[in-house]
Ligand binder design. Sequence first.
Ligand code: IFM
Length: 497
Amino acid sequence: MTAAAARFPSSFLWGTATAAYQIEGAAREGGRTPSIWDTFSHTPGRTLNGDTGDIAADHFHRRAEDVALMAGLGVNAYRFSVSWPRVQPTGRGPAVQRGLDFYRSLVDDLLEHGIRPALTLYHWDLPQELETAGGWPKRDTAHRFADYARIVAEALGDRVDLWITLNEPWCSAFLGYGSGVHAPGRTDAVAALRAAHHLNLGHGLAAQALRAVLPASAQLSISLNHHVVRARSDKPQDLEARRRIDAVANRVFTGPLLQGAYPRDLLADTAALTDWSFVHSDDLAVIGHPLDMLGLNYYAPSVVAAATDSHRSGADGSADGHGSGAHSPWPAADDVAFCRPSGERTAMGWPVDPTGLHELLMHYTREAPGLPLLITENGAAYDDKPAADGSVHDPDRIRYLHGHLSALQRAMADGADVRGYFLWSLMDNFEWAYGYSKRFGAVYVDYETQARTPKSSARWYAQLVRTGMLPEPPIRDHGSHGHDDTRRGRNSRLPDG
Ligand code: IFM
C-alpha cells in the first residue's frame, strides 16, 4: 500500500473484539459453573472494589442489541470468546446444549448482518474444576482443552470459519501462575513455566482437533500479546535485559509455535528453576501444527534496563526457593527493571506509541514470512464520561486509533501482510483485576442501566470501515504529560500487547 493510496483493501476485516467473562454476565445461568475468574473475582482483595463478572455488560441477555450495535458500526467481523464453563461445565464430558445454543444464536445473528464471526476458544476462563485438579501447570488440562475445542467445532464449525485457540497465553501463564494478579492467583515461577508449555501444547492439540472436524477452508490462529521490548540503551547489560524479557515474554511461545523448539537461551536462563522435563518428545511437533494466520494483540511497547543496585530487591521473597522474583511475572529476570518512558499515557498508564505496532508487524513479516497477520486486539482505556446531553466524546481514543492504524498502514506499505484489525473493545467491560474502573469500549456502557451509547470513536471507526480510509482525528486541545520513572518489574501489570 502506498502512502498516496491510503485506502485499506476491500477484503480487509474490520472488527471489534470482546471476551466472554468480560461482557456476558449470567454467571449462574444455563448450567454454567464457575471459572477461575469467578472464583478469583469473588475472593476479597483480588479485584478493584471487589468487582466481578456476575453481570458484566449483560451481553448474555442483550446479544441481539449488541449485534445490532455492530451492524450500526458497519463492521464486517466480530471476535468473541466462548466461555468454556458455559459449554462444558466441569471441563470434562459432554457439552451443555443450552450453552452451545447461546453461541449458535450469536453466530446466526452475526451472519444475518454480514458480520464474520472470529471465535476464540479460550480467553482465560478455565473451568474451576480443572484448576482444582491442577490447572494449566498440569498436562491433562491441555488434553481437556482439545476435547472442548472439538465440542465447539462440532457445534459451530458449519458457520464459523475463523478460529483462535488461545488469547494471550502469556497472561494466562505468567499473570495467572507467576505474579498472581490474574486468576487463579498463584505465585509460583515453575508453575508459570509449566503452564506456558501446557498452553502451547493445548493450542497444538486443539489445532489438531479443529482440523479433524472443520472444513478445509476454516482458518486457524492464536492471539499472542507479543511484547515489543526495547532496551533503554545499547549498553550490553540493557541489551541483556531485553533478551531475557523477550525470551520469557515472546519466544517461550513463538519458539515452539513457529520454530519447532524452545529457545536455548530461555532454557539456560531458567535452568535453576526447572529442567523442562515436562516437555515430552512429541510435544513440539504437536505445538508446531501449521497456522493459517497469526493473531497479534498490541497496546504499547516496554522499555527495559538492567536493574541498578538501588532497584535491587535483595533477599525478600527468597524463602520459597524461587528467589526474589517469586511474585514476578518474569521468571529468571529478577535483574531487569522496567522503565516508564515520558510522554502520553492511557488510563491504564500505558504509553501511547504506535511505532511499536509497526515494529511488531515488521518483526513477524521477517520472522514468519508467508504467514498472514491479524491484529486481534488494539485499543485504549480512557476515563470516558457522558456529557450533560448523554453523549460521550473520546477524542483521545480516536487519536490513539488513528495513530495505530496509520502505523499499521505504514507496515502494510512496507510489506506486512495484514488481513484485518479488531478494535478492543466493542464496549466497556470488566477489565480483569481493574474491575469496571477502566473503559476500553467504543460503546459506553452505563452499568446501572446497561444502556449502551456509542462514543465518538465508534462513529469515527464506522466512517473508517465505510470508506476504507482513515478519517482525520480531532485536533488536540490539551496535552497530557508523563514523567520519567524507572522501577522493577516485580508485580508489574504490563500492557497485554
Ligand atoms: O481487556 C484485555 C483483554 O481481555 C486482553 N487483552 C488486553 C485487554 C486490555 O487490557
